[in-house]
Design a protein around this ligand. Structure first.
Ligand SMILES: Nc1ncnc2c1ncn2[C@@H]1O[C@H](COP(=O)(O)OP(=O)(O)OP(=O)(O)O)[C@@H](O)[C@H]1O
Ligand SMILES: [Mg+2]
Length: 234
């Protein structure tokens, strides 16, 4: 569904992405892991066309994204930090985005569970961090996209919203969607992902299935935290 080939992105002299080769298939949940600054957000933004890599290619459903921007309609994206027009009300933001995407109805369950209606009259600049996250989460799933990309989706969410979001992610997977998620919460990786990709200094260091780590002697949590420790000092 998504193929990434020899992708490189440099900021000044810093290699944010260093020859990244990856493949993502439909119907899987992939956790993108790595220490702060390892290139996860840069990789996700490259897939969305929000960051332009110097070299390399990204193919979505076999088409090179450099040649055709329409692929973006297939993706629901929850950014690590969202920015919406500060002076608009939530209701207005939803209407604008709905009009752009030509969507008539909202998914009631999504709006109810993420308590969106109670924020309708609030301006964006009056939203708490968690409220903004809930709005972003709702927008991500609103258009029934085939590919869902979530950059630290539960950071700052209250437990009820976080639980709903996790349930929603698993439900969307059963519809055959591809879900790519970054998180620093190890229990979420265990609960959600089929496999993980571990990045360090812009490079893909490890790609593996979650089940394999679950059966290791020292357990899943320990195996993952050992990975972080190993690369912290390398
Ligand atoms: N716009 C930018 N200008 C300059 N450097 C940048 C820019 N965006 C990212 N970087 C650098 O690129 C590297 C990768 O950043 P990125 O945001 O992709 O990391 P990350 O893995 O998502 O980290 P985190 O876990 O903290 O979200 C970092 O060293 C960061 O400082
Ligand atoms: Mg990030």
């Amino acid at each position: 569904m998504i193929k990434i080939s020899r992708l490189n992105k440099t900021y000044n002299k810093l290699k944010a992405l260093d020859n990244v080769d990856l493949f993502f298939e439909k119907g899987e949940i992939v956790a993108l892991l790595g220490p702060n600054g390892s290139g996860k957000t840069t990789l996700l933004k490259s897939i969305l066309g929000l960051v332009l890599p110097e070299s390399g290619d990204i193919f979505v459903n076999g088409k090179n994204i450099k040649r055709d921007f329409r692929y973006r309609e297939m993706i629901g994206y929850m950014p690590q930090t969202a920015s919406y027009p500060e002076n608009l009300k939530v209701e207005e933001v939803l209407k604008i985005i709905k009009d752009i995407r030509n969507k008539k109805e909202y998914e009631d369950e999504l709006m109810k569970e993420l308590k969106i209606e109670e924020m309708y009259c609030k301006k964006i600049n009056a939203l708490s961090q968690g409220m903004k996250q809930r709005l972003s989460a709702a927008l991500t799933f609103l258009f029934d996209s085939d590919i869902i990309i979530l950059d630290e989706p539960t950071a700052g969410l209250d437990p009820a919203s976080a639980d709903y979001l996790k349930m929603k992610i698993l439900k969307e997977k059963t519809k055959g969607k591809l879900i790519i998620v970054t998180t620093h919460i190890i229990s979420e990786v265990e609960e959600l992902a089929d496999r993980f990709i571990f990045m360090h200094e812009g490079r893909v260091k490890i790609e593996d299935g979650i089940d394999k780590l679950k059966v290791q002697n020292n357990g899943f949590r320990k195996s993952i935290s050992n990975l972080f420790k190993e690369y912290e000092w390398s």
